[in-house]
Design a protein around this ligand. Sequence first.
Ligand code: ADP
Length: 612
Amino acid sequence: MLRQLKEPFQYQRPDKAAEAPASEQAAGKGKKKPRAQNASQTLRQMWSYLIGYKGKLFAVMVMILLSSGFSLLGPYLAGTAVDHFLVNRDSGFVVFLIGMAVVYALHSITMWLQSIWMITISQKTVYRMRVQLFEHLHRLPIPYFSKRQHGELMSRVTNDIENVSSSLNSSVIQVFSSVLLLIGTVSVMLSLSPLLTLLTFLVIPLMLLGMKWITKQTGRLFKAQQRNLGDLNGYIEETLSGQRIVKAFSQEETVITAFKERNERILVSGFWAQTISGFIPKLMNALNNLSFAIIAGIGAVFVLNDAITVGVIVIFAEYSRQFTRPLNDLANQWNTMLSAIAGAERVFDVLSEEEERTDEANASELNEVKGHVVFDHVTFAYEGRSATIKDVSFNLAPGETVALVGPTGAGKTTLIQLLCRFYDPSSGSIRIDGQDTKEIKRENLRSHMAFVLQDPFLFEGTISDNIRYGKLDATDAEVEQAARLANAHSFIVRMKNGYHAILKSDGSGISQGQKQLLAIARAILANPSILVLDEATSSIDTVTEIKIQEALQRLMQGRTSFVIAHRLNTIQQADQIVVLRDGAIIEKGSHAELLQQKGFYSSLVGGHLQSS
Ligand code: ADP
């Protein structure tokens, strides 16, 4: 729970450069879209992406048409050459042999063209899907993420989109050329010998039955496989990012066992999906041989009766192969497509999630914030739960500090989330400089705030980049000045490479206290009017602690500050102390006033709170 609650603050200062460009397609802007619940819906959504490449798609279709034509023509020329050679015994067969060479060469060229064009289309399509999905993920409201595993979402951006890509690369061409080949082959066969054609068709019902059974099984299995993979990814991400906790509680064995269970599920679903789908070519091959035997046997009888020529048997033998191959391909592609559709469905599922509500039409921007903050009878309930914040009112003059105090679960974090509009109050209002926050654009509102959290969010990059996150266009000199004010300069210059030292995203390499100093430097650089400080509960060495306190004093100077406080001296220095229990304010006042009341606060001070 702790992790979930902390996450919102990772998005401290929305990067203005990342402001979403208008995304192009149907999938995913603003309004809630119906979820992709079935294949036809998903295919329609897929089509909305492909339609952008109409011209290229048309060219691919033309190439498919030509290559199918050439591959029909090949056997016909072969059969005719055989007749010239065996039946007419003339040299005409040479012309047909040359014709065959030309036809097969053209066939290769058209196949190659359709393939590279289709690859271009599919790569561009999935490129766009990836961008849209990533953009959309960053515009989803915070509650969406607290309900889901990160790894599972990552799997959608990587695995699922990759599936769509590989299927687009091969399946579209295969499906169209297979259908064309089927129609063409059957028409030519019928025109040559309807009887032999009907005999060849004897195997079709067997094929259809086999395929139907197999695809029914594999469709289900591929879906399960995809789900299991996502689940495993999520679990890996969770345990890796929670490594310290896992080790601290000696949970390695439990984690490994749970991993094995998930891995095993993939093993089972993967094994059956692959085995059963791998059975398709074998089945088709066997039926193919059967139809070949029928053609050879019965065809020979027809030749002896002079009903057909040997050339026709050659053509039929070749066509019967060409006739089962598209069926075979269709069956194979069906699986790839099912897995791609399952992938696309999961992608569209995210895209159809409602984005963080767009700002109200009358929302305005505040250029300058003095920092007068009013919580006016604020009540709030998380979805499906009873009220977490109950009728909370308090008033902060610009530059004042409020210490939010109360036991875990009292609603301190929730109050902050309401302040920065991750959620909006169900009733009552929060006003900044007299303006209801609901009337202020979210991004603008958050740009006037900075957060210093217990476990500051650092990303992979240099120290100076990490500080600059507070103000992207800050000069090196400004970064250094902020670091000096934050008491971070001295430890930074002692590091190899100083401000250019690379930090790992998990912040390993520097201490918890140093991370805090960097977060303070970042906040100083951002120069917000409103500051949110989640005081560290973990103990930090005394020297660093003094540095942090000093830096915080400087940071809080002249800013309206909300402190989720754990240390007595921070609380003592606050202008106001708001004591929360079960979401309601039970006491409010200065340290001295509250001690006099001898209520909950004075018992907290006497008991749990420690002086640092
Ligand atoms: P504090 O910061 O004082 O420890 P919180 O504001 O985190 O308290 O939590 C207040 C209450 O709201 C708790 O009962 C907590 O379980 C609940 N809560 C917090 N976040 C959520 C959420 N995303 N969805 C549902 N309930 C939540």
